[in-house]
Design a binder for this molecule. Structure first.
Ligand code: PGA
Length: 251
């Protein structure tokens, strides 16, 4: 079963607009393996401009890093799905651990955001992952599957047909500590089993599942070589075009 290979760059709250435009220009000018889809997850302020920059480029897509669960109205500071669509955004990150932790985003809220993205035909990149304490207790699989179960409740198989999942163990994010390729593979396989049990084998076989957490030019090949790892969600190492292009070419 061949699935899409994806390298997603999560810039987080880094770069001003000019730096972001320059970083994207540098990236698209690199030699990039055409069989890898590239998704750049940029700050809200950059989205309209970056979407124009990649207009007509069928390899590079632009994602928001968050989105409101409401359609419109008195929600100061929020950005809606329709607003993202209106500037050409095609993907959105939902449930990054930094949103869960610093902004108290619950599985239920993330489920509503997921539904909203699906309703608006924006492809969700749904993140899940466990804290170090949970892994040490040996409850990491249970924890991640419970995050998915709670947020996907109410979603049909058809709703999830464009879904991308990113497994990001929190202890490996921005810490320089990567999950071993075996630890990544173990969880990715469990996530696939969950999709198969909750929906069916076809959804399990076709959903791209990314790994995130200190993916670097030096370790991407090993991680991506695992059968259930379809790519990476890359934070720190995506802020350098040369390094990220090496990751894109690491499949
Ligand atoms: P990192 O971040 O690559 O800097 O660990 C990954 C992420 O948080 O998406």
């Amino acid at each position: 079963m061949s699935r899409k290979r994806i390298a997603a760059a999560n810039w987080k709250m880094n770069t001003n607009l000019q730096e972001g435009e320059e970083l994207l220009t540098q990236l698209v000018n690199k030699k990039l393996d055409r069989s890898t889809d590239i998704i750049v997850c940029a700050p809200f302020t950059h989205l309209a401009s970056l979407c124009k920059q990649v207009n007509g480029n069928d390899q590079v897509k632009i994602a928001a890093q968050n989105m409101s669960d409401h359609d419109k109205g008195a929600y100061t500071g929020e950005v809606s799905a329709a607003m993202l669509l209106s500037v050409g955004v095609t993907h959105v990150v939902i449930g990054h651990s930094e949103r869960r932790e610093y902004f108290n985003e619950s599985d239920e809220l993330l489920g509503r955001k997921l539904k909203k993205a699906i309703e608006n035909n924006i492809t969700p990149i749904f993140c899940c992952g466990e804290q170090l304490s949970i892994r040490k207790e040996g409850n990491h699989i249970k924890h991640v599957i419970s995050q998915l179960t709670r947020s996907f409740s109410g979603c049909s198989k058809d709703d999830l047909k464009e879904l991308i999942i990113a497994y990001e163990p929190i202890w490996a994010i921005g810490t320089g500590e990567t999950a071993s390729p075996e630890q990544a593979e173990e969880m990715q396989l469990e996530i696939r089993k969950f999709l198969s049990n909750a929906y069916d084998q076809e959804l399990a076989d076709t959903t791209p599942i990314l790994y995130g957490g200190s993916v670097k030019p030096g370790n991407a090949k090993d991680i991506f070589s695992k059968p259930n790892v379809d790519g990476g969600l890359v934070g720190g190492a995506s802020l350098n075009a040369e390094g990220f292009s090496i990751i894109v070419n690491s499949f």
